[in-house]
Design a binder for this molecule. Sequence first.
Ligand code: SF4
Length: 253
Amino acid sequence: MEHKQKAVSELNEVIKNCKRCRLYLTRTNVLCGEGNLYTRLMLIAQAPGDSEDREGRMFIGPSGKVLNELLNETGVSRDEIYMTNLIKCRLPKYRRPKQDEIETCRRFLEKEIALIEPEVIVPLGYYASRYVLNRYNISIPEAKAEFSGLYGRIFWGQNQKIFPLPHPASLLYNKSFKPGTVEKYGKLKVFSQECKWFPVCPMKRFADKGELGRDWIELYCKGDWERCVRYQMQERGEYHPDWMLPDGTLEET
Ligand code: SF4
């Protein structure tokens, strides 16, 4: 068996037998991550729901149906991504995760991230996003109410890209969120590939020579290239000087 596959299988065996916190008492199945081990995109949800707990599969309940619709809209297939949870066992009555449960279970998520090495980590919803952003030292608002402003923005911390998104379940409670949520999920298609102009772009040349900060490349060329002003001008066939940065500012040095 190939090395990564073997390492993930071994990790999953450990997860399946875990009894480190109280949640093992109320679970039917432990939920291990599933999907493409060689993906660019790793989705991290909060914890299994009832259907997932019963069947032992990721995103098969009502939230999974919404996730499928959102992925279909953006043109990303489930086969392209890897999906896992912050907490691997169901939370009784859909209660919030407790801090000690997150502290205990996070070791598995950490191992999954280290093994999968995703280009972009995509935490879904408040608890997963708060954990991941804190983990990579990205400052977040204190108030939960202000947190939704982080969804749909790309962050770069400790050599890792993070793209928090609303949890698909939010659409089960409020359909009016749908247009904004569809738009945010649409970026997953962009993140599933690099900018087509990158190999011939002066940004690459400057980055290779060490004359340009890596964050420009990660956040635009290998991140949200659709937002890059150079990309947009290139597509329209408009002139732009070599020293134009992806945000459209001119950097003559
Ligand atoms: S600077 Fe813009 S056009 Fe150039 S590679 Fe990066 S994203 Fe593409």
